[in-house]
Design a protein around this ligand. Sequence first.
Ligand code: SF4
Length: 473
Amino acid sequence: MKISRISIFDIFKIGVGPSSSHTLGPWRAVRSFLQDSQKIKSLADVVSVECCLFGSLAFTGKGHQTDKAIILGFLDLDPETVEIDKIEHILNDVESHKKILFAGKYNINFDIAKNIIFDFKTPTDYHPNTFDLKLVYNNGEKHTARYYSTGGGFFELHGQASAATIKPMPPHPAQNAKELLALSVNQNKSIAELVFENESFWTSPEQVTQRIEKLWDTIKDCIHRGFLSTGTLPGGLNVKYRAGEIARRQYDYPRFNSFDEFLNLLRGEQLKYSEVSGWVSAFALAVNEINASMGRIVTSPTNGAAGVIPAVLLYAYCFENKISQQNICDFFCTAGEVGTLFVKEATISAAQGGCQAEIGVSSAMAAAGLTQIMGGTAAQVLEAAEIAMEHHLGLTCDPVGGLVQVPCIERNAMGACKAITASQLALTRDPRDSLVDLDDVIESMWNTAKDMNDKYKETSRGGLALSVTCREC
Ligand code: SF4
């Protein structure tokens, strides 16, 4: 995809779990469909709505809550602001009354079993995450549109360019890592500085700072919720909330009034390596347990991989004393920019590239962000991303029961730990000694994605999804 106009806020989106491609993308697409449709004809005239899911959306849509996301989209609720605690009640209401408050205003009949169709047979051609939306009006006319959920909450309307391609060109566009490095060297600016200037061009420096602060607050709130959670995750696999158990066992977590209070205590501790890595894992688990329970997370670059970035950022915050607002801003700018390189030259969709496109990309992003705030050069930042991705190449997507739980939740902890190691390796080497650069590994990842058997691309038809005997799913 030859585009250079992707914002880091296209990569980092505040949303709802469990999946960016199967939940957030379809949800956002439905809302966009409603906006477009009302330009053609009043939504008050709609008597019936329908959604048909194909490909990976059909195969894992139940486990990934795609049907629920579509309903929430038809209700025109905003994934960034919807009250999480009310979602279940809203959905139960739609199911029991067989009615939906279409576009948040018009009461129409809606039978989930009939109005959301899982089509397992029709093959997909352009993208494995394809779905059709249909409105039927009171005069019998119909309005339909085909959408593709392309990963990370991005979506495309059939026949129309993605929103990222129609943004104005920023002052420092880079299509790939080589161009990004050249910009940094020629202008004597860090990658974080270049990205901040690009983002400020689209909005303003104040808005960029505010949006990053909001991401940071959302991440902290998400982990706080994870540390307070008990029992088992929804979906029937009986997977336990583990992050809260760790936090309770170590520090009797519920005694803290806020997550910041807990972080301040943790920052003052003298911990062994195993204890530090234990907390990195706990942060990652907390985010993905909240994600798996349809909680609020920051997509980074996807929901299934949303725990890696927070875990590595909190590692830097708690154990490397990187606590300034500037550190946090630089981390997000750098990590986000590396995420955009994968969107431009490969994919962040597991339905296209397996888990290397999710956990692999998030690990590369986190390694880059960490290296930036640890004082690495631009070449070392890109080298860290390269190392992290290199050691995720070929990773398949095979979620058990179609749920974003096993292996997904633990996989975030692994991605975070690999990112920290990748950063440490990059910071101790002259990048000119490396045989592989980031563009090489992105190309290799994309080629591997194209060669990968479809069974391993978010269909739950291969790997662990078949090997694990699951009595209840
Ligand atoms: S296996 Fe990886 S890519 Fe697949 S759903 Fe889980 S986290 Fe996402």
